[in-house]
Design a protein around this ligand. Sequence first.
Ligand code: IMP
Length: 177
Amino acid sequence: MINFVTSNKGKFAEAQAIFGDLAQKDIGYTEIQADTLEEVAIFGMKEVAARLPGPVMLEDAGLFVEALNGFPGVYSAYVQKTIGNAGILRLMECQENRKAYFKSVVAYSEPGMDAVMFSGEVHGQIGFEPRGKKGFGYDPIFYVGDVSLAEMDLENKNQISHRAGSMRALKKWLDSR
Ligand code: IMP
């Protein structure tokens, strides 16, 4: 059984749909200020692996908006907490270029091995209004085609999402050993 360290129920539900057997551990870890999701994930993993013996994974994700030069990126959690989706829509008011992507980096470790990492991305656009009640975080303002991620069932989001990409890559690696 793999322990997935996260406080986010939405993330956990998406990961569980891919892995089946998974345990949520809401134990918290240090999220360093760094330039990349990979650095945040690997630092967190070192801390978590020292505290939780056995197979363990964690995931760091971010929203990268092209017209904002990749902002909020590694600061996505802080920006969501402070200005939120309404703040991002305001920053995008005069922007014609709506292109954005989510990236997910999952780190996995078990005793006796170095941590491994896998990533996934989903490309789409920042909408002009929030739509949908499902999902979490930036889902209502992130559109793939005409549909926001918050309008999709978990099953549909898991067909295309950044998280599904990184988690499926990890699962494939685990299954192939
Ligand atoms: P973290 O990976 O928990 O640090 O997430 C960074 C920020 O991006 C948080 O505010 C999350 O709510 C948001 N976020 C992460 N993944 C998703 C997603 O799949 N959809 C929408 N927002 C997300």
